[in-house]
Design a protein around this ligand. Structure first.
Ligand code: ADP
Ligand code: MG
Length: 277
């Protein structure tokens, strides 16, 4: 059946409305949805719901893509890829709970502490991804980059803007505190970032240094104490003391090799807790 002229022009008007309102996916889906309405005998409500759901789904996907682009995640890691058997120190129930993003509501911080290679960055990336998927803004950086950016901002007179930038996301990830000692002004910038987010929005921080050594890391015991005070006041601390995932295969190969070569002394140099030195 060919549509009457008035039906055809009304259809055209409807398409124009959708385009005028910037609903391009609904506009594109209109002919299909109208056909479905006819063949499936959909009610007007069901037809409209189907049409707008298409636009809502597309908008959600676009926004998630935007949030993930902004998030600056260094890897595609997800929490689902995390192997809990390889890292018995990490409680799957705790990570599941954190994956719900509920900690954001109380501006709770997450501190991941442990030696290199145990999955701190992977967990931080996975949690940040959940934050983005949950509809919140997150930004991933590391302590050295944050310090360098604050340093440039101070020189170029953009300090306030930069501080606002770090205050913005619902969850700020600061990776790798402690790999490089921070100069005094960097420690102070880090403190200001932590301080302005205190009790307002969450920070996920990873470090390879126990908090007792943060005085050395930050080059100042008073700054370290003040920073830890704010960071830990409302926090979840995940202390990962297990073995390096990176070195796991390497270790197995070496152990095998030693077993074949020297059956009596199949050991690597490890501390009593099982950590690599
Ligand atoms: P860290 O930040 O603690 O130094 P990473 O998160 O960078 O460690 O982990 C090192 C590598 O090992 C990464 O490729 C990471 O994906 C992988 N990895 C570490 N722990 C696990 C784990 N439990 N399950 C799966 N992959 C892991
Ligand atoms: Mg790391």
């Amino acid at each position: 059946m060919t549509p009457t002229t008035s039906e055809a022009s009304r259809y055209q008007q409807l398409r124009d409305h959708l385009n005028y309102l910037r609903l391009p996916d609904a506009a594109a889906a209109l002919p299909t949805v109208l056909d479905q309405a006819k063949t499936e005998k959909l009610s007007p409500t069901a037809t409209l719901e189907r049409l707008f759901r298409i636009e809502v789904d597309a908008t959600e996907a676009r926004r998630l893509t935007g949030r993930l682009r902004f998030a600056n995640l260094p890897s595609p890691a997800t929490l689902e890829d995390f192997d809990y058997e390889a890292q018995p120190g990490v409680d799957p129930a705790l990570i599941r709970d954190l994956a719900s993003n509920r900690y954001l509501q109380t501006a709770t911080n997450i501190l991941l502490i442990g030696p290199p290679g145990v999955g701190k960055t992977m967990l931080a990336v996975g949690l940040a991804r959940k934050v983005a998927e949950g509809g919140h803004r997150t930004y991933f950086t590391n302590a050295a980059d944050l310090a360098a950016r604050c340093h440039r901002a101070a020189i170029e007179g953009r300090w306030a803007t930069t501080m606002r930038f770090y205050a913005g996301p619902a969850c700020l990830v600061i990776d790798e505190l402690g790999y490089l000692p921070l100069p005094a002004e960097a420690a102070s910038a880090l403190f200001q970032v932590v301080n302005q987010r205190y009790l307002k929005s969450s920070i996920i921080m990873t470090t390879n240094r126990p908090v007792t050594e943060w005085g050395q890391v930050l080059g100042d015991n008073t700054v370290a104490a003040a920073l830890l005070d704010r960071l830990l006041h409302r926090s979840v601390v995940i202390d990962i003391t297990g073995e390096s995932y990176r070195l796991r295969d390497h270790q197995a190969r070496t152990d095998n090799l030693r077993r074949t070569v020297q059956p009596a002394t199949a050991t690597l140099d490890r501390s009593p807790s099982g950590q690599f030195r």
